[in-house]
Structures are given as C-alpha cells and as structure tokens.
Design a protein around this ligand. Structure first.
Ligand code: FES
Length: 91
C-alpha cells in the first residue's frame, strides 16, 4: 500500500498527515515540500485555500470546515522515521 504524506515538525512534536485534501481529494501542495501557510501557523491546501490546524489536522477555514486531514502514524527510531502502514489513515 502506498501512502503519500508529509510531516510537520514543531520541536519534538511530529505531526504526519496523508497528502490529500478532504475537499476534492487532491494533493495539498503545488510546490514540493511546501505545506504551510505564509506564517507557518496552518497547513494550507493550495487548491482552494482551506486551512488546517497543525496539531490535529482539523479544517479551520475553507470548504471542508469541520473535517480533518487523515493522519499517518510514524515511529522515530534513532533519528529515522518509519511510517506505520498498519495504522495509516487512522486518527
Ligand atoms: S481541494 Fe483543498 S480546499 Fe478544495
């Protein structure tokens, strides 16, 4: 199974999500490795401008307010991140 995703890091906090907007199912980003709004406070869908909270992926502004990004689960072992595919998609 393939999972395209990204991880936002804030200090020791890692927040990984699948790279799919819950609105149209498109990838969130148009530019490689650019997922955050201008001030780095939200995850931005560049398709239609929805904004998602960093901590839980909840849509805070845009056409899917109340829905959330799908979480990915990762393990960090000796500085290497592994996606737990058995838990992918669960929140
Ligand atoms: S495709 Fe992301 S907000 Fe519409």
């Amino acid at each position: 199974m393939s999972h395209r995703g990204f991880v936002v890091r804030r200090g020791d906090l890692l927040v990984p999500y699948r790279n799919i907007c819950p609105h149209a199912g498109w990838p969130l980003n148009w530019h490689p490795d650019r997922f955050l709004g201008e001030r780095g406070e939200v995850i931005l869908c560049t398709g239609q401008g929805a904004e998602f909270a960093l901590a839980d992926g909840a849509c805070v502004r845009g056409p899917r307010k109340g829905q959330s990004l799908s979480a990915l689960w990762v393990d960090l072992i000796d500085g290497v991140m592994f996606v737990d595919t058995g838990r992918a998609g669960a929140v």
